[in-house]
Design a protein around this ligand. Structure first.
Ligand code: FPP
Ligand code: ZN
Length: 366
C-alpha cells in the first residue's frame, strides 16, 4: 500500500464519511485484512447466521483465494472442521431412510432429541454441502476422500417429481437455487448419480420466462440470481456450449437473444447491475448477472468502466463491499464484489470458474 493512499482511508475523526468520496482503485490490501479478520472472529452481528457458518466460511476462504491470500488460511484446521460437519449414516440401510447425508451448516446449531441421545445437529442442507465441497476444493483437499456415495445417493431423494430440489430432507421451498447446488455438488464430486439430469433440465426450462430471464420457480418473476442458477446449472450439466452469444436462435430450448436482451438490460445508468426490473443496482448482481454474460460469451457487451465505477462506490473503507453505495460491508456482498472484479480482470486477482463459484485453480486442484 503506497503511503500517499493513506489519506483516502477511513478517518476516526470522520466516522461517517461521505460515500461519494469512494476510492477509485481496488483496495486489495484492505480486503485481505477484512477477510482474514472475518475468518478468525466473526462480529456479533453474524450471530443470527450461525446456521450458515459453512457459507460464511466459503465466502472468506474462497475470497482469500481470489485475492491471492490463501497462505493466511490454516488449511489443515479448515479441512478438519469442514469434514466434522458431514453427517454419516450408521449403516447402509439408513441411506434409504429419506434423510440427506451431506453437510450441516454449523456444529452449534443443534436441537434436542426426543430419545435422550443428546443434541442432534441440524439436518444437512444442499447449500451447506455445496459450500463445504467448495471450501475443501479451495484448500486443496482431494474430494475422492469424501464419503461421496452417502451424499449422492441420499441427495436423489431430495429431487422432486418436477425436477426441482428440496434443500433439506424435512422439507422446505424447492426452487432453482437448490437445483444449482445439486448440480455443483455432482460436478465437484465428478459423479452425476446424485440427480436425474433430464428432470432437472425440464424444471430449469420451465423457469424460463416470457421476457428472457429465469424465475426461481416456474411462472415467477425473472431474477438475476435465478438466471445465474439456471445458466450455471445447464453449463455444469454440459447442456450449453461455449459462446452461446454467437448463436442466433435457441439452444437447449433457451431463447438466447431474448435472454441476452434481458440480461444486458439489468445494467443501469449508474453502471451497476440490478437483480430485477425497477430495483436499485446492487454489488452482488455484478457477479450473478455479469457471470451469466460471461458464460454466454457476451461479457464484452458489459460497460466495464461503468461497472467498475459503480463497484468503487460500494467498496468499504473498512475493506469489503456493501450492497449499495455507502453501505457497511458484509461477507456476502464482499465475496461477490471480489468475484466481479475478477470477472473484470482486475490485475492480481485469480480467475474464477463462474459456474462453480470458486477460482479456476481450486477447480483444477493446484
Ligand atoms: C431476492 O431478494 C433474492 C432472490 C429471489 C434469490 C436470488 C438467488 C440468488 C442470489 C442465487 C443464490 C445462489 C446460490 C448459489 C444458492 P431481494 O428481493 O432482497 O433482492 P432484490 O431486491 O435484489 O431482487
Ligand atoms: Zn445483493
Amino acid at each position: 500500500m503506497a503511503e500517499d493512499d493513506d489519506a483516502a482511508y477511513w478517518d476516526p475523526a470522520d466516522p461517517d464519511p461521505d460515500p461519494t468520496s469512494a476510492l477509485d482503485f481496488f483496495d486489495r490490501d484492505r480486503h485481505l485484512c477484512y477477510l482474514q479478520m472475518m475468518l478468525e472472529l466473526l462480529p456479533s452481528a453474524y450471530q443470527g447466521q450461525e446456521i450458515n457458518r459453512l457459507t460464511l466460511a466459503y465466502f472468506a476462504v474462497s475470497g482469500l483465494d481470489i485475492l491471492g491470500g490463501l497462505d493466511r488460511v490454516d488449511k489443515a484446521g479448515v479441512i478438519n472442521w469442514v469434514l466434522s460437519l458431514q453427517a454419516h449414516p450408521k449403516n447402509e440401510a439408513e441411506l434409504e431412510n429419506g434423510q440427506f447425508y451431506g453437510f450441516h451448516g454449523s456444529r452449534s446449531s443443534q436441537f434436542e432429541s426426543s430419545d435422550n441421545e443428546g443434541p442432534i445437529p441440524n439436518g444437512s442442507h444442499l447449500a451447506s454441502t455445496y459450500c463445504a465441497l467448495a471450501i475443501l476444493k479451495t484448500v486443496g483437499y482431494d474430494l475422492s476422500f469424501v464419503d461421496s456415495t452417502s451424499i449422492l445417493q441420499s441427495m436423489r431423494s431430495l429431487q422432486q417429481p418436477d425436477g426441482s430440489f428440496m434443500p433439506i430432507h424435512i422439507g422446505a421451498e424447492t426452487d432453482l437455487r437448490f437445483v444449482y447446488c445439486a448440480a455443483a455438488i455432482c460436478s465437484m464430486l465428478e459423479n452425476w448419480n446424485g440427480m436425474d439430469r433430464e428432470k432437472a433440465k425440464e424444471y430449469i426450462l420451465n423457469c424460463h420466462s416470457y421476457d428472457g430471464g429465469f424465475g426461481l420457480t416456474p411462472g415467477s418473476e425473472s431474477h438475476g440470481g435465478a438466471t445465474y442458477c439456471a445458466i450455471a446449472s445447464l453449463r455444469l450439466m454440459g447442456l450449453i456450449e461455449d459462446d452461446l452469444f454467437s448463436k442466433t436462435g435457441t439452444s437447449c430450448c433457451i431463447n438466447v437473444p431474448l435472454l441476452l436482451d434481458w440480461t444486458l438490460q439489468r445494467q443501469g445508468a449508474d453502471g451497476g447491475f440490478q437483480g430485477r426490473l425497477n430495483k436499485p443496482s446492487d454489488t452482488c448482481y455484478a457477479f450473478w448477472v455479469g457471470g451469466v454474460l460471461k458464460i454466454l460469451g457476451a461479457n464484452k457487451l458489459i460497460d466495464k468502466k461503468g461497472l467498475r465505477d459503480f463497484l468503487y462506490t460500494c467498496q468499504s473503507q473498512y475493506g469489503g463491499f456493501g450492497k449499495v453505495p455507502g453501505a457497511l460491508p458484509d461477507l456476502y456482498h464482499s465475496y461477490y464484489g471480489f468475484c466481479a472484479f475478477s470477472l473484470l480482470e482486475e490485475p492480481g486477482l485469480a480467475s474464477i470458474c463462474i459456474e462453480l463459484g470458486i477460482t479456476d485453480s481450486a477447480v483444477c486442484g493446484f
